[in-house]
Design a protein around this ligand. Structure first.
Ligand code: SF4
Length: 486
């Protein structure tokens, strides 16, 4: 039996899904990270930097020379600089390696502080800290208290690098101590499992919770084309779907007639079996909307650590919009705005929008996000509130219209624009876009553009991609409305 080296992140991968851990060890070639992962790591780094600044005497343990060197450096600091907070303190016990965000000396021991970019304590944070605690105590480090240091979303940044109050420290000592008793069993189970063949585990909520798994594409490839997982799950329908799964039904097309009691689910089943899309034209009522018609999409950025005065963690701040304008003559115009100055972009976004969008005509959007963004702008700028409020009243959300009237067998039970658009306007596939193909990638591109270290050529490329992406979505809405009007 081979003894596998485990790190805390491997154990946490196993906590999410044992198959994920197995694949990480044996099939790392299959890993495909989504655009959200790079953003998550960047956010984590920013948060750690600000958290460490609260311990000005702290010393960072470098990982540049590998795990063993980091463990030795930690031991040296403990021996030679007692009383000094240590960042990324590294320990190994039971062949498990952990790195502690902040190990803070206190009377008769240490405080173990895990820094997270979330706004509350989650179960996986407790498990994460339990692994740390188990390893540190096994390595002879007395832990007096365990804290989860997370973002306080009520914080409003006053500027001048003043981040006092950004973090909330939650004492999780007792619950983590209780959990840490289970860690040896997790560790034993994972080592045993890693000496076996790949596990068969069905996809489910664990694939995106707490994080998006990097093997989703691989596991999807093993699923039947119309997996039951794609069935929409309105409230109160879970029992029926669980019963079908328990009976071994994996494909929507194999659900026996009469088993589904929810109309939407039955609709999806019927269309999937028929293999042809359905548009309930009589329910669309799109012709009631006059011209000019506007099609609006915002791109926003949010920061765990706010960089602009008077903003709060994770508040969506618009930096870009695209708007197609369809005239009664059929002529299509396009307007757009993208603020890459690096200054707070919200006001210029709002002003340019008010200036561009005329006084009348419906403003189509997809989902409620544009309304949320307008509401935030209304709350922020009282002098623009009246004009913005008028725009908000003209919004028409296409999502519920599509959800009520249209389904295509190739939409995996989802009416997101990325699933609907390719079935209606295949020529507008997202594959033709560059690196920016979703909101996460748009946020990452924006951050790169406003970063002074990004070269001019790269800034230009990313700017082009951002403009193309946002324009693509509003053009997509034009196509959707055209389809609904046929
Ligand atoms: S995609 Fe889902 S089932 Fe597959 S390894 Fe990841 S978490 Fe497990």
């Amino acid at each position: 039996m081979t003894t596998h080296y485990l790190s805390k992140s491997k154990i946490m991968a196993g906590r999410q899904c044992e198959k994920r851990l197995w694949l990480e060890v044996y099939r790392s070639d299959l890993i495909e990270y989504g655009s959200d992962v790079a953003q998550r790591f960047t956010v984590g780094d920013d948060v750690n930097v600000v958290a460490r600044a609260q311990y000005p005497d702290g010393v960072l343990v470098s990982y540049d020379h590998g795990a063993n060197a980091a463990v030795e450096e930690t031991q040296r600091l403990l021996a030679e600089q007692p009383g000094t907070p240590i960042f990324e303190a590294t320990f190994k016990a039971h062949d498990v390696l952990v790195r502690v965000d902040i190990l803070n000396p206190c009377s008769d021991g240490f405080e173990l502080i895990e820094v997270k970019s979330s706004t509350s304590v989650k179960d996986h944070h407790r498990e994460d800290s339990a692994v740390q605690t188990w390893v540190l105590e096994s390595a002879g480090i007395p832990i007096n208290a365990i804290y989860l240091c997370h973002i306080d979303k009520q914080f409003v940044y006053p500027g001048n690098d003043d981040y006092q109050g950004l973090f909330h420290y939650e004492d999780i000592t007792e619950e983590v101590r209780e959990l840490s008793r289970a860690v040896p069993q997790w560790e034993e189970r994972y080592r045993e499992m890693l000496n076996d063949d790949e596990l068969e585990i069905e996809m489910g909520s664990q694939c995106t919770d707490p994080y998006s798994c990097p093997f989703i594409d691989y596991c999807r490839g093993e699923e039947t084309e119309y997996t039951l997982r794609y069935m929409p799950r309105p409230r109160g329908t879970r029992q029926v779907l669980d019963a079908l799964t328990a009976e071994g039904i994996e494909d929507i097309r194999d659900i026996p007639e009469g088993r589904l009691t929810n109309d939407k689910q039955e609709w999806v089943r019927r269309i999937t079996i028929a293999g042809v899309p359905e548009l309930k034209l009589e329910a669309v009522e799109i012709d009631q909307y006059g011209y000019p018609r506007y099609y609006l999409d915002f791109e926003t950025i949010h920061f765990a650590v706010p960089i602009w005065e008077d903003t709060s963690p994770y508040k969506a701040l618009p930096f870009q919009w695209s708007c197609h304008i369809e005239l009664a003559s059929g002529e299509l115009q396009h307007e757009e705005h993208l603020d890459t100055s690096g200054n707070p972009p919200m006001r210029t976004c709002a002003e340019a929008l008010i200036e561009t969008i005329g006084k009348e005509g419906p403003i189509f959007a997809y989902g409620s996000y544009e309304k949320t963004v307008l509401n935030a702008l209304i709350a922020r700028y009282s002098d623009l509130a009246e004009d913005l409020h008028k725009l908000k009243k003209r919004l028409v959300d296409l999502l519920p219209i599509l959800q009520r009237t249209y389904y295509h067998p190739d939409m995996p039970g989802s009416w997101s624009i990325k699933n609907v658009l390719p079935t209606i306007a295949p020529h507008l596939g997202y594959g033709s876009l560059g690196d920016v193909q979703d909101g996460s990638a748009a946020g990452t591109a924006y951050l790169q553009i406003i970063n002074p270290e990004t070269g001019a050529a790269e800034r230009e490329r990313l700017t082009r991609e951002l403009l193309a992406y946002c324009k693509h979505d509003t053009l997509g809405m034009v196509e959707l409305v055209k389809y609904l009007s046929k």
